[in-house]
Design a binder for this molecule. Structure first.
Ligand code: AHG
Ligand code: MN
Ligand code: MN
Ligand code: MN
Length: 336
């Protein structure tokens, strides 16, 4: 196997997933077709993000979304691209997007067996200053092929068949799990293909970084406050942790996945359910973190066990290195 043989082993994301799906003949390539449409959306958003400043794509769209947030032009554009790509794939029946108040029920002629929940553009507050942003998605398989109902998408995260994100940063990285570990792909712009660059990602068992918006410290509950205090002033003589907070969940989670540590968006007095949305932020990132050997906890339970009641429901989230999440779970157990 000569040194440069790997150069011709161009493992694109499509080939990778086809290999994976060949272990599941029953999928008949439907999942591969669905994923290819998600990948198309990511390539488009990557290109739009890279030229946003030049193409007058930064700034506000002049609308607000159901979250009460002012929508950015890229929020709206990305949302439209993903909705159209997913519907045209002919493999979806329900779509939930951060940017749409109601779920989208795909017309019968284009209906497939998957429900997709997604955050078309995560980290919007970082768009105008060029800091890394991303897209997050989760995929459920519909149980029966009856008329799709909203309940079909209000499933616990552990039922997802796949989850992933694409980070638009110094390079365009797509991280994906189909339930058998986590793999990272990097877009080669000269080929327009995502190439396998990070096979079988495992999050370090313990990390030296904590990632939280310290600006909310006055509203934290006791367990969170104690945990952050321990990060800064360890009692056991270990060195203090470093604080790294980018403010785009995709970027903070990507760093946590590769370097280890813990990302937290806790509940606080102002927002008792925290800020991050269960279906298209908490679940996909928790799915990936568990598949990489880490943990994801809500302050009360395993994040993937949560059963959402509403499509834009929020939850506190603590996710990352196995041991670091254990530490915060112990503090919440004391607080019970
Ligand atoms: P979005 O841009 O999709 O609305 O998500 C923003 C989220 C998430 O990306 C990030 O972790 C969090 O908002 C940051 O919130 P704070 O600015 O309150 O720290
Ligand atoms: Mn938003
Ligand atoms: Mn988001
Ligand atoms: Mn968003």
């Amino acid at each position: 196997h000569s040194a440069d043989a790997h150069r011709t082993d161009l493992m694109t994301i499509t080939r990778y997933v086809l290999n994976e799906q060949s272990k599941h003949p029953e999928s008949r390539g439907d999942f591969t077709i669905l994923l290819n449409h998600i990948v198309l959306g990511c390539k488009f958003v990557c290109s739009a993000v890279n030229k946003a400043g030049l193409a007058k794509l930064i700034g506000l769209a002049g609308e607000t979304n159901v979250q009460g947030e002012e929508q950015k032009k890229l929020d709206v554009l990305s949302n439209e691209v993903f909705v159209k790509a997913l519907v045209s794939s002919g493999r979806t029946c329900i779509l939930v997007s951060e940017e749409d108040e109601e779920a989208t029920f795909v017309e019968p002629s284009k209906r497939g067996k998957y429900a997709v929940v997604f955050d078309p553009l995560d980290g919007s507050s970082n768009i105008d200053c060029g800091v890394s942003i991303g897209t997050i998605f989760g995929i459920y398989m519909m149980k029966d092929d009856g008329e799709p109902k909203l309940e079909d998408v209000l499933q616990p995260g552990k039922n997802m068949v796949a989850a992933g994100y694409c980070m638009y940063g110094s390079s365009c990285n797509l991280v994906l799990s189909t339930g058998r570990g986590v793999n990272g792909f990097t877009l080669d712009p000269s080929l327009g293909e995502f190439i396998l660059t990070h096979p079988d990602i495992k999050v370090p068992k313990k990390g030296k970084i904590y990632s939280v918006n310290e600006g909310n410290a006055s509203n934290w509950d006791v367990a969170t406050a104690k945990f952050v205090e321990k990060c800064k002033f360890p009692k056991d003589g270990s060195p203090a942790k470093s604080l790294r907070y980018i403010g785009s969940m995709v970027a903070d989670v990507h760093r946590t996945l590769l370097y280890g540590g813990i990302f937290l968006y806790p509940a606080d007095k102002k927002s008792p359910n925290g800020k991050l949305r269960v279906l298209y932020e908490v679940f996909p990132m928790s799915f990936l973190m568990e598949q990489a050997g880490g943990q994801a906890f809500t302050g009360k339970e395993r994040a993937l066990d949560l059963v959402p009641k509403k499509i834009h429901e929020r939850s506190p989230i603590f996710l990352g290195s196995y041991d670091d999440v254990e530490a915060i779970k112990a503090l919440y157990a004391e607080q019970q």
